[in-house]
Ligand binder design. Sequence first.
Ligand code: DNO
Length: 390
Amino acid sequence: MEKTWRWFGPNDKITLSMLRQIGVEGIVTALHAIPNGEVWPLEQIEATRDLIADHGMRWSVVESLPVSEAIKYGGAERDRLIANYIISLENLGRAGVTTVCYNFMPVIDWIRTDLEYPLADGTSTLYFDAVRFAYFDLKILEREGAAKEYSPEMLARVEELDKTITEAERDALIDTIIVKTQGFINGNIREGDKHPVAIFKRLLAQYAGIDRDQLRENMRYFLAAIMPTCEQWGIRMCVHPDDPPFQVLGLPRIVTSEEDIAWLLEAVDHPMNGVTFCAGSLSSGAHNDVVKMAERFAARTHFVHLRSCNILEGGNFMEASHLEGRGRLIELIRIFEKERADLPMRVDHGRTMLGDEKIGYNPGYSFHGRMFALAQVEGMMAVVRDELKQ
Ligand code: DNO
């Protein structure tokens, strides 16, 4: 696999020269300054591509070319937005940037409740606490009908938490769930937005009446519309699985399991319609056997995210070391190295360690933690390559 790294552009505190020094071959990035739904101009794509090439690497993957909400919920503007998406894809194709990651999660992308969960060794990791998330749903959003979706035990634990939680903890929960994890990935809410909860509630309302089947139909519609362009320019589309891979906040999520992925690959059965195999997202769902899924979907995997999770009691999960956990990364490397030697792979997330916490990196995207994980992954890759030679 090709060793890639997610770089957030010229404002990233981690520079391209630093990445070259640690053995990165390809860059994963996006034109983060362009608002969702607008066309990516060819000149800006070329400038980014050339900047990366000047540093001895290549622009391997776009993560992400965001799919606007109206495409997901099937709003009146969807055809105009799809037409813009197609122009961006053509421009990427002209510039030779031909692997494009996106997701189809309504309203909210990845979800954690704690971005600095402390570990015994002094590092910290990302954590999802099911009670705190239910608290956010029931007591902060006060979503109508939400109580019906939780077990009596969960409702009781939320009431317990309500007795002790402080105002500051409530604010931190809002900031973590809908601001800090979303802003830097061109999500719906940015740092500095006033009244994030009100904005969030408006976004949720757009999905009233949209169930799993309808969302699937909207995804099929989108993929069918862009496939001819992908075929013409050789663009590999790869959907990122939903993180975490289960229904949240009454929203349908449709890229959560083996069955879901099989559905989307068949619904638009074209080699350019593929997946981003994110072992981290998939391994946080107890229903997923990641090794089995990698075997089944390797041929339609266009991009790999290596990361691993441990599932804890009560539906909590936490990001594990890249050597441990349900992600079984060594097995995945065996499968993907055999499948395609130049398949782009990035180490996803990393612990916060050795002073990372003082720099203010995007959550999950530390320098030392990711570099450490990359070294672990490189070690596993070296072993697998040696095995394949034997
Ligand atoms: C978080 C990321 C996601 C991912 C998008 C892809 O760390 O894995 O935000 O980039 O879902 O569209």
